[in-house]
Design a protein around this ligand. Sequence first.
Ligand SMILES: *Cc1c(COP(=O)(O)O)cnc(C)c1O
Length: 451
Amino acid sequence: MKTDARRRLPSVDAVVRAAGDVGAQRDRFVRAVREVLAEARTSGAALDEASAATVARARLATRDRRSLRRVINATGVVLQTNLGRAPLAPAAIDAIADATGAVSVEYDLDAGRRGERHGHAARLLAELSGAEDGVVANNNAAAVLLALSAIASRREVIVARGELVEIGGGFRIPDVLRRSGAKLVEVGTTNRTYVRDYAAAITERTGAILRVHASNFKVSGFVASPEDRSLGALARERGVAFIHDLGSGTFIDTSRYGLAREETVREAVAAGADVVTFSGDKLLGGPQAGLAVGRASAIAALRAHPLMRAVRPDKITLAALVATLELYRDGRAESDIPVWRMIAATQSTLTKRARALAAALARQGAEAEVIETESTIGGGSLPEETQPSRAVALGARHGHANELAARLRATTPPVIARVIEDRVALDLRSVQAEDDELLARTVTAALAEGE
Ligand SMILES: *Cc1c(COP(=O)(O)O)cnc(C)c1O
């Protein structure tokens, strides 16, 4: 009976007394106790002082647990957007630590006066891409918006119908174009567009030709689209700008790792684009950022645009980005940048690591088997391209796969796995090798807890 239960409930004071020392959290603890008692009153549940205190404490602990936490990415997706895309290189992490205090972000150390925020990365970006200049925004979506706003606002922008894409997270090229104040002019068809389609659409109102990388899908079969070089030549001949949103953007030839060949940033620049935009945290392997490189006059227009102030990167991002770009300059990208180390990992290395993990788990009594998997790049890069990888599949006796996957997400650090044929699979390509031991310990503990 409800009335009995209510009679059995302790007072808030009694629960707080029973809880003993709650430290600096007293007010919040009292509120939690009130909530717990109110709920018990409604549900008719019986609670004594001690258990009400325990429930209130647990509730506060859950509430206070951070939702933004370090995790182990065992999904086999190297650039998992939901897991923060590119893990940073040690040099970038050190640079971040260095930049947390006072830094010369807008200070010219030679002249001893105000300096340029954009100068730090510009020289490196130009050097690496072969462009005249570069500028950094806080992500590529912002870089595209900025480029369109600065170069083609109130003018027409010509885009192939097959490139009017949605990248994800609501980033749709037609919408971004509209937001920038430009007017969209569609040319060609979904599958085939020719240079003559662009040429026929150019008028005195045209501000730019925009080319967008189809980052997350593939059209095959009866398809045609012009070479960058032809578009660049057309744009120059007719006096309009050529903006190329490369999406991922890479400085390294992806075909060296058995993947499809991606046009590099340098090639896109050489093909005659006025502005090439790409992400900092996709194949570049750096922090979230949007990079725009190209002709000096075009980049100067971006830098001078009022939107620049709203989309500029912070000192932490700049520090990590510059450190990452330096690794490319010094020829250490493939050895030092986690994304490239993951992509470059050979099957024999992955097998060795998977065997070691399986053996460590087996020593603790777990059923673990090395299986062959296909890992992907993800992050809107190289759609449908896979690399052969290795995973450790956990035995069925550990419970239903989804339950086990949930248990792994509840560990510290949470382990994010995928389910393959009703088994939880820990794919090692997306795990940094330095984390293998931590992964073994964490999974062992999670399995033991479930016994
Ligand atoms: C990923 C992507 C974007 C958005 O880049 P963010 O850095 O995530 O903002 C824009 N355009 C293309 C073609 C992309 O692939």
